[in-house]
Design a protein around this ligand. Sequence first.
Ligand code: SF4
Length: 429
Amino acid sequence: MGLAKGDGRTYKEQMSQPSLMDRLAILADAAKYDASCASSGTAKRTSKGGKGIGSTEGMGICHAYAPDGRCISLLKILLTNHCVFDCHYCINRKSSNVRRAKFTPQEVADLTIAFYKRNYVEGLFLSSGIVKNSSHTMEQLIETARILREEHDFRGYIHLKTIPEAEAEMVRRAGLYADRVSINVELPTVAGLTRLAPDKDVGVIEGAMGDLKSAIIEAKDARKRFKSAPRFAPAGQSTQMIVGADDASDATIVGKASALYDRFRLRRVYYSAFSPIPDASAVLPLQRPPLIREHRLYQSDWLMRFYGFAPGEVQQAADDAGMLPLDIDPKLAWALKFRDRFPVDVNRAPKEALLRVPGLGTRAVGAILAARRQRRLRLEDVAKLTVSVAKIRPFIVAADWRPILLTDRADLKALVAPKRTEQLELFAA
Ligand code: SF4
């Protein structure tokens, strides 16, 4: 790549920078630790050595869900992986020995437009390490979004990771350009944050999240009254918690997530399983938690958001140490602990009770409610709506089925849990 005119960098800076492609490789790779898109947690597969096609390890493009439910591909990069902070769990921390690079806002905007025009992406997910100071970095993030919106009239999706330590006015400005804004709470407990991210402060992080919440509500109110009022982060705000870098239990994480949803009206809490990094600090665990733990936390999140479970009920599915079982999902774990709540009659039970049945998803429950207006449902009718009829049989009553004493059996878990081969698949990574 030739030297770019008018990109704000000095001749010396341009000469000392890696090429644009090298920087893209560095900064897309550095962004892969951010979990705020739906592609995290899958099994690793590559086509190295000429075997097969495709890879789940590629970097730079991730998938997320737009407010209307569409799955969209995003260019996911950092503006820079230089950082003046020293969060122990982060590969980009000040004391880390990684190759550094940075983009200018103009370069990120140009890359986004170039990828968009080639149909590679439909939007941008932009985060950054902190250079100089938080407000300077935030200004650069906002400038990127501004160039895209105002100079290119870019209508695609933009997710900006905002920096809580930046001036409040800036965090609010980000929402005028971005569809979604997010601020990472990083760790589930104050003690964990203090120990592992010494430059961060829970009061500052939650203060910024509160500001975002107020700005989102105010903008929605204003738009109800004036159609011309500016949009502000129409896809809301989200956050991310790192799992397994400290000793917080699943019950603690579930409680924290629930409090965050309530206090800040979050659209999503993302969980990112801690992954050991090169030259890791001695205060970190040597091993990453099993990926399935992240998956179980997402399932518990679903139970609270779509299945009517209170946080305390999800926590009841955990063991004495507060950990959710890894071999079965939290809904099944809860049902096995509270067997007196079953069996549930699919022809008479209210929606809330049907949603508690292991193996019945929200769609299946909707289909049951619609179908039973016409006729009484038999076991085979319900079987058509679920992946495993063996899993739900002990927990339901149908027109031709009643599970005599099944829920009293000591070996019920063995009867309904996924077989070991399925479990191994889940643990593969
Ligand atoms: S502020 Fe962000 S980029 Fe910098 S060390 Fe902490 S987590 Fe990493």
